[in-house]
Design a binder for this molecule. Structure first.
Ligand SMILES: C[S@@+](CC[C@H](N)C(=O)[O-])C[C@H]1O[C@@H](n2cnc3c(N)ncnc32)[C@H](O)[C@@H]1O
Length: 379
């Protein structure tokens, strides 16, 4: 090792040898020039260059989206295309700066140029309007962006106090059951806002109508249960979350007229309530280390009657076609949060089996990018 640069290691297999040849070619400026000029390889060379550029520049693209969301530009354009001057004055930006932002957003398909020098919604900007959770998450990313300022220090564990670990107050708390209402308010609101589309996805993939009573563990303000109860009014709903979050769920159940019971406690210390024939973990397990996940699955097993089921729904690692969502986005998000990791369906399947569950099945969700899902039976 010299200055941190390793000397080449002998390839371990014929596949390694082939890939080493590919890597040497792709890293060679001479080959890059040739591939960019030769008609058959030119499209591939351009695609690769674009992919590398997108990874380099992704943080700028995110800030373009962030600015559009913060300035409520998509909401404004929902009413119809508008001129540069009108948008500049509504957003209190100097016209040249507004042009910079709008043109950047056009290049990212968030906005489109329309007739008479006006700007209208682009397909991706319009899509963000369909789910209020997207705008909420984009604004929330201001916190993550700050924490990723020095990713290597974060990876080395040198950053002890991240903004995300303060935001998700339970992440590093030794006694999350003692958190006060102020500590849970902001994240609970964000989760409630971003839950509605996830809930529809999950309930389309797994009809809860076949159950009598569902216990949603780490159920937040109860939006998942409310959505389930709207589809199946006869369903009994139980929710378990930290005491001040359970209080918020009680208020929501009362407001929406749902016959739900919310239990407050610390799921690492307390037993889960019994009586449900379905236990759900929606966007909960990825927040925790393996020991806590194993404990939670054993607790779910203990709370269920024979024949009862457990449903895990969350964004998962190794999601075909959306790999960067699991490993890159959630990997770094949870790193900054200081707790948990994204898990693949295979890892969760193994953990479910070790907890005693059988007949573990992956469910097909429409948007695996938003959530994957696994269901298993307590024998
Ligand atoms: C990421 S949020 C997901 C909320 C909800 N399931 C959803 O998808 O919108 C994780 C939830 O787990 C709860 N939680 C975290 N640690 C907990 C603990 N030790 N005991 C009980 N609930 C906990 C949090 O309060 C929070 O509501």
């Amino acid at each position: 090792m010299n200055n941190g640069i390793a000397s080449p290691r002998p390839p371990a297999s014929w596949r390694d040898s082939l890939l080493a040849l590919r890597d040497r070619l792709l890293a060679s400026p001479k080959f890059q020039r040739w591939a960019g000029a030769f008609p058959l390889t030119r499209p591939i060379a351009r695609r690769h260059a674009r992919a590398v550029f997108d990874i380099c520049a992704g943080f700028v693209y995110s800030q373009v989206l962030f600015s559009c969301v913060q300035l409520r530009i998509f909401e404004r354009l929902r009413e119809g295309p508008d001129t540069l001057d009108a948008i500049a004055s509504a957003t209190r930006l100097p016209p040249e700066a507004a042009r910079t932002l709008l043109d950047a957003a056009v290049s990212l398909h968030l906005i489109e140029r329309r007739a008479d020098h006006r700007y209208g919604l682009g397909p991706l900007g319009a899509a963000t309007l369909g789910n209020p959770g997207i705008a909420a998450m984009v604004e929330h990313h201001g916190v993550l962006y700050g924490d990723l300022h020095d990713p290597v220090a974060l990876l080395r564990g040198e950053v002890k106090d991240t903004a995300l670990s303060r935001y998700w107050a339970y992440a590093r708390s030794a006694a999350p059951g003692a958190l006060d209402p102020g500590a849970v308010a902001e994240y609970s609101t964000l989760m409630a806002t971003s839950q509605s589309l996830v809930a529809e996805e999950i309930l389309d993939a797994y009809p809860v109508g076949q159950h009598r009573c569902v216990l949603d563990v780490g159920g937040g303000e109860g939006v998942f249960l409310l959505t389930a109860a709207r589809r199946t009014p006869a369903l009994s709903c139980l929710l378990f979350d930290l005491p001040p979050v359970a209080e918020r769920a009680r208020a929501r159940f009362a407001k929406e007229g749902v016959n739900g019971l919310a239990f407050g406690g610390d799921f690492r210390r307390d037993a889960l309530p019994t009586g449900a024939d379905l236990v759900t973990f929606v966007r909960v397990l990825h927040d925790h280390g393996d020991a806590t996940v194993e404990l939670l699955l054993r607790k779910a097993f203990a709370a269920l009657p024979p024949g009862g089921r457990v449903l895990i729904a969350e964004p998962m690692a190794r999601t075909g076609g959306a790999e960067p969502m699991g490993e890159a986005y959630f990997g770094f998000y949870l790193l900054a949060m200081g707790s948990g990791r994204p898990r693949s369906p295979d890892e969760l399947r193994r953990m479910l089996t070790e907890a005693g569950f059988v007949s573990v099945r992956s469910l097909r969700t429409r948007q695996p990018l938003q959530t994957g899902a696994l269901v298993a039976v307590r024998p």
